[in-house]
Design a protein around this ligand. Structure first.
Ligand SMILES: [Zn+2]
Length: 121
């Protein structure tokens, strides 16, 4: 008697489906707006001397992007950022890496962002 259950395939399928669902339904915050908001909170709280609550406030920042299932892109209604999940992750990394003292200078990120903007038109 032989029972063949191809568990690995099944798990992979379910895993992929779950991954897809969680990818598309999970809240994606706009990295640009979150960074801006974080900066504003830090400045405001530092100015008012209320530094203890800053971390909590920073964690509460949520600027969810809208997912467009047709184009598979996330859209930020605030700043107009339009990107795939991968691009959002990429931007978040770049934003986090960005040196705050050099943020007004022309950098790779700006180049990349402006170029990607042009590509959309
Ligand atoms: Zn935004």
């Amino acid at each position: 008697m032989m029972i063949i259950i191809r568990v690995p395939d099944f798990c992979l399928l379910v895993g992929t489906l779950l991954w897809k669902i969680s990818q598309e339904n999970s809240l994606v915050n706009c990295p640009e707006c979150v960074a801006r908001e974080r900066k504003a909170v830090i400045e405001r709280e530092t100015a008012s001397g209320n530094q203890e609550g800053v971390q909590k406030l920073l964690e509460e920042i949520e600027i969810p992007m809208k997912f467009d299932p047709v184009t598979k892109h996330y859209i930020c209604k605030r700043c107009g950022l339009y990107a795939t999940r991968e691009q959002v992750g990429d931007i978040r990394e770049r934003v986090n890496r960005r040196d705050p003292t050099r943020e007004d200078k022309h950098d790779d990120y700006l180049d990349w962002w402006q170029k990607s903007k042009k590509d959309k038109i």
